[in-house]
Design a protein around this ligand. Structure first.
Ligand code: C2E
Ligand code: MG
Ligand code: MG
Length: 449
């Protein structure tokens, strides 16, 4: 089995979507900086200092959006960009773009563009957020289109300038909407095709699991996490972040998740016959959708029974989003599985909305510090504080704490110093084939003798 690598082609659908988002953010950031500087220079000449101050603020926001995009905080960058553009459009519409008999208001047309961009950008987000932002844009559009309200009734731009402005605004917003709708159609077609590919891929054996070792501070291997990979016949290796969300939306995650559980349990069983591998745990990611199925417990019990895997070596990784819906149902399911011997780890901990109250009630065994906190643990005091807080929380609730995404000795040292003694990350090993993992376990055991 080949070792996993990043996608060999940029054509993977999730990657295309990600690139589009990046391009939109960079363009928005550049636009704010250029417009801000241009307007500031223009109004400096007229001595309109309050407007210059607003322009300088726009430049600062543009730079901040660029920085957030650069550091992969694309959601924050998007919300900042959308909010700023919305304010700018409303401000210009209510101050400068007051309709006259000769020239209708036109700046508000950009709100339609903002609405369709939000629909595209937030396509994988919660519906309430997607529809909420789009709705705000459309309602504001309707209000501005239906009124002649102005914050400065005495201030009217000359009609000659406004007529020209109406043509430019209407033309450029129409072109913008045309382009975004075109991208939306392409995006939709790509998604549908990938959706069909997912189904075919499962039937044709294009999926496989790789295993990333988990180690202690003493260098001992305690187990591994099973991670799903897709070798697409045309696109090459497609990483899970590019197809799991789609599989969740289309319901394909159910057959895919069953397949993962089956393969992971079969692998556990085969390791139980190998020297040095018998006590190693195997963590399996479970999606919200999968966990919410009424027959989930029976499904896991069935997989364990059929494959002969030992339940106490199987650890199910849930994310905080799995736990928000029906708390009592979640606890019942977890307790039933615990009775079988199955363990639980809370993945990506700290990125969702955890209530300390529910954490106390859940029969968990492990908290996983998300890699986004580990990444900058040495340079970002907030991330370091969050990691320390999770370690303290794990200690007091008697859960083990494991840090994921550990890439440098410095990160490992910091975590050990603060009481975290289990790690997973490229510092130790990338996710590897089962054979390579067996080799890794053997080599680690030999080193420690
Ligand atoms: P996760 O469960 O949080 O898995 C950890 C991810 O971090 C994996 O990405 C792993 O390859 C990556 N990783 C580990 N160490 C490092 C490191 O040192 N540096 C960096 N930069 N990354 C590291 P991967 O395999 O791409 O998986 C991404 C996500 O896809 C997983 O996040 C999980 O949420 C989901 N996923 C993977 N396999 C499955 C599966 O079988 N079922 C379900 N439902 N989700 C899965
Ligand atoms: Mg995981
Ligand atoms: Mg994780």
């Amino acid at each position: 089995m080949p070792t996993p690598h990043r996608p060999s082609t940029p054509k993977a659908q999730g990657e295309l979507h990600h690139r589009r988002i990046q391009v939109t953010l960079w363009t928005g950031s550049a636009l704010l900086v250029v417009l801000g500087i241009g307007w500031a220079l223009f109004f400096v000449g007229k001595g309109a200092w309050p407007i210059v101050a607003v322009d300088v603020a726009l430049v600062a926001v543009g730079v901040l959006i660029g920085a957030l995009t650069r550091f992969r905080r694309t959601r924050a960058a998007f919300f900042l960009l959308t909010g700023t553009i919305w304010l700018v459009i409303c401000g210009i519409s209510l101050i400068l773009d007051v309709p006259s008999v000769q020239a209708p208001r036109s700046t508000h047309l950009f709100l339609l563009l903002l609405a369709v961009i939000s629909l595209l950008f937030l396509r994988d987000d919660r519906a309430v957020l997607r529809l909420g932002i789009t709705g705000i844009c459309l309602v504001t559009f309707v209000v501005l289109a239906s009124t002649t309200w102005s914050l400065t009734p005495d201030y009217v731009l000359p009609d000659s300038l406004r007529i020209w402005g109406s043509w430019v605004n209407s033309g450029s917003s129409a072109i913008g909407i045309y382009v975004v709708l075109h991208v939306m159609v392409a995006d939709f077609a790509e998604q549908s095709s990938l959706e069909a590919d997912l189904e075919r891929g499962l039937a044709h054996g294009e999926f496989f699991l790789v295993y990333q070792p988990q180690v202690t501070s003493a260098g001992q291997v305690t187990g591994s996490e099973a991670l799903l990979r897709w070798r697409h016949p045309k696109l090459g290796m497609v990483p899970p972040e590019h197809f799991i969300a789609l599989a969740e939306r289309t319901g394909q995650i159910l057959p895919l998740g069953s397949w993962v559980l089956e393969v992971a349990c079969t692998q556990l069983k085969s390791w139980s016959a190998m020297a040095g591998m018998q006590v190693l745990t195997l963590s399996v990611n479970v999606s919200v959708h999968q966990f919410c199925q009424p027959d989930f417990v029976a499904h896991v019990a069935d997989a364990l029974q059929r494959t002969g895997a030992q339940a106490h070596l199987l650890k199910l990784e849930l994310t905080e989003s799995s736990l928000v819906d029906d708390m009592e149902d979640v606890i019942t399911k977890m307790q039933q599985l615990k009775l079988l011997g199955v363990g639980f780890s809370l993945d990506d901990f700290g990125t969702g909305y955890s209530s300390l109250n529910y954490l106390k009630r859940l029969p968990l065994d492990q908290l996983k510090i998300d890699q986004s906190f580990v990444r900058d643990i040495l340079t970002d005091s907030n991330d370091a504080a969050i990691a320390r807080m999770i370690i303290g929380l794990g200690d007091s609730l008697q859960f083990t704490v494991i840090a994921e995404g550990v890439e440098t000795p410095g990160q490992r040292e910091f975590l050990i110093r603060h009481g975290c003694h289990r790690f997973q990350g490229y510092l130790f090993s990338k996710p590897i084939s089962p054979e390579a993992y067996e080799q890794f376990v053997r080599a680690t055991a030999e080193r420690s003798v």
